[in-house]
Design a protein around this ligand. Structure first.
Ligand SMILES: [Fe+2]
Length: 273
């Protein structure tokens, strides 16, 4: 959602919109195109978002600059949160029944498997999601843009994968929403996913997108994964066999934790909600 940090840039007044003072999409798109062109020279596979991706302005001064450090797992377990299978109610995977009435928007199911790099199911894993409502609005104090809140939709859910590594959520298709990375910056519609792992230090966070979104080429967060093959692993597949008559559309999306087909993930330092 909207990031309130002032973008750190070197552009001139001519590159900014006179009303908002924010840089123009054309400036950002030019930078993103240039980075893509440089990457294409070698075409070296990149499986993760770039931490240092200048068009994602609001993360310029806060992205990690040091290499990751190994953490003593026993030490972490002394204070990390723990959960058990009984802590997660099956109803928490249905985001359309959390309040007194039906949320507005396109009801949808998203399901898939959590897999390791060898294609083996990752069983009984806590999968959490959070998302905007159909109008593109989050229930969050930092999201104040003029789109309606839905009293029947919190945008949060969780579930455990089953013995085959399968998760399944029923929810509402989120809308795209504006943020202040630059003038007319709009995020493609997406659902945030977290896979908890067995320790707090193993938690992975990523975003799932919807096929054919016209905002993909314009979005510095999506484009911070410069390898198109890796980016596309964040896009769900529409599955008409999963779609149900007069009830919900269906999407499939697998999460692969390791290996060359690994799902790109992000750090907790990212500016998007
Ligand atoms: Fe978001």
């Amino acid at each position: 959602m909207a990031d309130t940090m002032t973008p750190a840039t070197t552009t001139t007044g001519a590159d900014r919109h006179p009303d908002t003072g924010l840089e123009l999409q054309s400036v950002l798109s030019g930078e993103m195109d240039e980075i893509s062109r440089k990457w294409a020279v070698t075409g070296e596979p990149e499986h993760q978002p770039r931490r240092d991706y200048p068009p994602y302005r609001s993360t310029l001064l806060r992205h990690p600059t040091k290499d990751p450090q190994q953490v003593d797992p026993e030490g972490v377990e002394l204070w990390a949160p723990a959960f058990g299978q009984r802590d997660v109610d099956p109803l928490e995977s249905d985001l359309t029944i959390q309040r007194g009435g039906e949320p507005l928007g396109e009801r949808m199911v998203v399901t898939g498997r959590v897999l390791d790099g060898e294609g083996r199911p990752v069983r009984h894993q806590l999968v959490e999601i959070w998302q905007a409502n159909a109008g593109g609005r989050y229930v969050h104090q930092r999201d104040q843009h003029p789109a309606p809140l839905d009293p029947n939709f919190t945008g949060m859910g969780r579930t455990l994968t089953d013995a085959d590594g399968v998760y399944r959520f029923t929810t509402i298709k989120p809308g795209p929403y504006p943020w202040r990375n630059h003038h007319t910056a709009w995020r493609p519609a997406h659902i945030h996913f977290s896979v908890f792992g067995t320790e707090f230090t193993q938690r992975l966070v990523t975003q799932m997108y919807f096929p054919g979104d016209p905002l993909f080429a314009l979005d510095p967060i999506y484009q911070s994964i410069v390898d198109p093959a890796a980016r596309e692993r964040l896009v769900a597949t529409y599955d008409h066999d999963l779609t149900t008559h007069e009830w919900a559309t269906g999407y499939r999306w697998d999460i692969v934790l390791t290996g060359s087909h690994r799902t790109p993930t992000e750090d907790d330092t990212e500016g998007d909600l």
